[in-house]
Design a binder for this molecule. Structure first.
Ligand SMILES: [Zn+2]
Length: 255
């Protein structure tokens, strides 16, 4: 089983059987979500094929499946109802990535990306509305398992000519795949509208202050080592394999 850097160690360690034992309701609800997303992804590619954006099927059971998964999240104590909706979206994102890690049904992920990145506001409203409805149920022992599904993101973002990348992974997004916003905090809202290559490993939002600006001097680039922060001066290539002279860490970076 491949490991994901953005998972906590305890989440990475779960195989399907242990996942279903720890999170029995999610184990029942998530397969249906994947089924509906698979169908919807298929209908999305048909839309692209016929060039008809109105043609997305809305009767595929996706919204009901989201509702069931959120209900399961409450029963399995993985979300705290009072938390901001963006935290809930991240929990859903981690659940979907985890299920993909266990079952490798990548085709379904496309639709999750389509709804929660490209139509972010709609996705957020959908989750808020479903949780408001489900929240009327009395919840005991809330959120004791939430830590499993919090993104474990240790990122070292940097700017390149075409977009923003992470030194610790190959995750990268094009400037055209994000909207630069100044409120409520300056940063990038990732929507993948240009490439439509939805990478669920990327967060919905990257803070500008967390991104290292490229410092180029003629054909050299100055960049900080993600492990020890040592400033490294390297020759510029399209893709650079960099080794820190101080701590010997290596990473890849695009110009
Ligand atoms: Zn270093």
């Amino acid at each position: 089983m491949f490991k994901l850097k953005i998972f906590s160690d305890e989440l990475n360690a779960l195989d399907e059987e242990r996942f279903c034992r720890l999170f029995p309701e999610l184990g029942k609800a998530v397969p249906e979500l994947f089924r509906s997303m698979s169908v919807a992804s298929q209908s999305l590619s048909n839309v692209d094929f016929f060039g008809n954006p109105q043609g997305v099927r809305r009767d595929n059971g996706f919204e009901q499946a989201v509702s069931s998964v959120l209900g399961a999240c409450i029963s399995d104590h993985v979300i705290e109802l009072k938390a901001p909706v963006l935290i809930h979206l991240n929990t859903l994102r981690m659940i979907v990535l985890k299920w993909d890690q266990l079952t490798e049904q990548e085709s379904a992920l496309n639709y999750f990306g389509y709804i929660f990145y490209r139509f972010h506001k709609y996705g957020k409203a959908l989750v808020s509305e479903k949780l408001k409805y489900l929240g009327d149920v009395e919840v005991k022992n809330e959120s004791s398992m939430a830590h499993y599904f919090l993104p474990h993101e240790e990122r070292h973002w940097y700017t390149s000519q075409l977009g923003v990348g992470d030194k610790g992974s190959s995750d990268f997004f094009l400037y055209e795949d994000a909207e630069k916003v100044s409120l409520p905090q300056p940063g990038y809202v990732i929507h993948f509208k240009k490439s439509q290559q939805y990478n669920l490993k990327l967060p919905f939002f990257v803070l500008e202050e967390d991104i290292e600006l490229a410092q180029a001097q003629s054909s050299k680039l100055v960049t900080a080592c993600p492990s020890c922060a040592q400033k490294c001066r390297v020759s510029v290539f399209d893709v650079m394999q960099i080794k820190c002279p101080k701590c010997q860490s290596t990473w890849k970076q695009r110009a």
